[in-house]
Design a protein around this ligand. Structure first.
Ligand SMILES: [Zn+2]
Length: 305
């Protein structure tokens, strides 16, 4: 289970949250068996999703982060809901790249820099909210910062880190997010900029034994901060046979008729790799029950006339 702590400065000018997502990113690696660079890319995006998910207010709200920069890893996707459940995948999660010039996992190279970071928020309204920004570096934290600045007009500082071991397991993963509130003064911005100039990386702080609350305090030494709340995000996929059946029905009659020609149709969940098998008869039953529903609607219409 991850651990996420949200704090506010005593003067009410900024919010800061920090989280330890080691267990979540390790779980993602175990499911997808991603290469080191792809574990880092997915882990950073999952960590950002966990923090942004903690800002959702409605019980059924959810958000999807998708980054696609045309790099060899393809799209990286992370989903979070307001119950602190996160999940994600990388389209080509097995590709590996040499370390970058700084000797770090080359996340920007794997993601690519020609494309967009897209954020979709489903807030239970008719239409989801969609925000999109061009990719800055593909390193993800900078891209999240750019999204908040241009789509939400909220000055933000974001740090994300994933430390992967030689055997590809996850040693530490986590992140922090600072957001200036509308009450922030020029002085606040200067103080934040000064504070973050010399901070160590998130994974260094976590490896050194710091808790998310310690990280909040360490990142902003010029501010007195108070803890608002904490939560325990986890990697969890809500898929089920029923949900897959709903998705198949939504695919339409022609698709289903096509599938019914095959003896067996295998549907694999992209988020947790669960496999659901449907026999030709299952598909025909699904087709029948979906047309029954359509018939009922038809007869209801007729009786009204
Ligand atoms: Zn699933």
């Amino acid at each position: 289970m991850g651990h996420l702590v949200r704090c506010i400065s005593e003067d009410g000018t900024l919010l800061i949250m920090a989280c330890d997502t080691t267990d979540i990113v390790q779980r993602a690696y175990e499911i997808h068996l991603t290469s080191k660079v792809c574990t880092a890319a997915l882990g950073r995006l999952l960590t950002a999703a966990a923090m942004m998910g903690s800002m959702l207010k409605g019980k059924k709200d959810s958000l999807t982060l998708k980054i696609n920069g045309g790099g060899p890893a393809g799209s990286v996707v992370a989903v979070a809901d307001s119950s602190c459940h996160v999940k994600g995948y990388v389209v080509d999660g097995k590709i590996e790249l040499p370390l970058n010039g700084k000797g770090k996992l080359d996340v920007g190279g794997a993601v690519g820099r020609n494309g967009f970071l897209t954020i979709i928020k489903d807030l239970g309204l008719n239409e989801p909210y969609v925000g999109q920004v061009p990719i800055v570096s593909g390193e993800i934290a900078e891209d999240i910062t750019s999204y908040f600045a241009s789509s939400e007009q909220t000055p933000t500082v974001c740090g994300l880190g994933v430390l992967v071991a030689q055997d590809k397991s996850v040693i530490k993963a986590g992140g922090f997010l600072i957001q200036l509130l509308p009450s922030a003064l020029n002085d606040t911005i200067d103080k934040v900029e000064h504070d973050i100039e010399n901070i160590s990386s998130v994974t260094e702080m976590l490896t050194g034994g710091m808790s998310p609350y310690d990280i909040c305090k360490t990142v902003l030494p010029s501010f007195n901060i108070e803890q608002l709340d904490e939560s325990f995000p986890e990697y969890k996929c809500g898929c089920s046979r029923e949900r897959v059946m709903q998705a198949l029905t939504a695919a339409g009659k022609t698709e289903l008729l096509d599938m019914a020609n095959d003896e067996n149709t295998e549907v694999k969940c992209q988020f947790c790799d669960s496999i659901y098998n449907f026999s030709s008869k299952d598909i025909l039953d699904l087709l029948k029950s979906s047309s029954d529903t359509a018939d009922e609607n038809d007869s209801a219409n007729t009786s009204e006339q």
